[in-house]
Ligand binder design. Sequence first.
Ligand SMILES: *Cc1c(COP(=O)(O)O)cnc(C)c1O
Length: 479
Amino acid sequence: MLKVLSETSGTNHMKLDESVKAAGLTPTADLLQDAAQRALAYVQSVHDRPVNVSTQALQGLNEFRHSLPHAGLDAHEVLRRLDEAGSPATVPTTGGRYFGLVIGGAMPATIAANWLATAWDQNACFRWTSPIAAALEEVALRWIGDLFGLPDDIGGAFVTGASLANFAALAAARHALLSRLGWDVEAKGLYGAPELRVVVSKETHVTVSKALSMLGLGRERVIVVPTDQQGRMRVSELPELDEQTIVCIQAGNVNTGDFDPAREICRLARKAGAWVHVDGAFGLWALANRDFDTLTDGVAEADSWATDGHKWLNVPYDNGIVLVRRAATLRAAMSLNAAYLAEGDVTDREPSHYTPESSRRARGVDIWAALLNLGRDGVAGLIERTCRYAGIFAQGLEASGFEVLNHVALNQVLVSFGTPEMTRAVINRLQADGICWCGGTVWQGRVAMRISVSSWATTDADVQTSLQAMIHAAEACAP
Ligand SMILES: *Cc1c(COP(=O)(O)O)cnc(C)c1O
């Protein structure tokens, strides 16, 4: 594999050198052409590559493990090394048969826009450091709010992922509840502050717990609500809510894909003056498809939302989005200088007043490109297609006598191949075969293989090939 790749790229490179000379390109243009050619070769070969990393490729990484030379290397040589030893050691998540974690692939329009934006190298911190980044963030936020049916004056920001989106949203929640009680948490911290209560479910994602720990709210100092067989919060077991309570719910359980009952929880919270935060890292995108209205019912009634661009929207890493019902609340929690931009002040949106980061790349560009390239129908279609594929996996595996452990509400499937040992053996076998890739999980005490269909690149043929590979792996492991 390594050899084949390097030979191919070597040939391309020679051809490129000649054409570059003929075209009279500058050294910079020549280098960027070289990078584009290599990236193209990668993108075009990734679909046919085994969906794992070979031992040879892993050994090849030793080529990088030398001391830093005194003299720098020519940029072409740097790139050559990266491609020849680096490309084979990538996990081919963008090829259409990778179903691990909740990993999307980068759509061509988003890779292309991302390249151009990297060449721009804009600092998206302020409007004046990048008018284009600020403008596209505003446009993309408006489009997302519109797609999800969220209120007009939502605020938002582009962060590294749902982890930071959860963090920023919960900081906004902390601000909102404490400021209503007359406490300025940004100025005074939590020392002597009125106590907040945080309600989570037994299925709360670890990144929500981490955000709570970073915010001084404590990952253990929470009230944990039990869940049902789909991992949904049992509303009947919610504690009494009040204006000092933050309720963290999920839109898209990482195992089952199911949603907490948002309508009822938001109704109770609204009545009590509590704050509802939704972790919708992937699931929030189901709001863009009306066929999922029953599942998503009430999600738009929450106070804040966290989601990812790099999962289901299929933009390059890293890209997460935080959304808060009132822009001013997020701004108050994230503002670089609260005195200079007081809450309620209606001025142009200054990006850095909405994010934990200051200097940042222009992440809004990738989201804008994805949304414009897909259009409303394309986003809805991506959700529909990937969920349909999840359904095909579930039906196909059940028809072959294997047990699907979840009701497939979205794009996630959990399957057991029998005993825990048998399921683990099938997962190992499947991963070694390299036709498709799935990981393992433990769902309500049972070992399961987890299939997450999140990539734009997955086709009908990929699903059939992968389903056969799963069944063959199970047959090969049968006692
Ligand atoms: C992936 C995921 C996260 C974390 O997102 P990152 O992009 O990895 O930061 C949080 N919550 C849920 C439900 C997720 O699926």
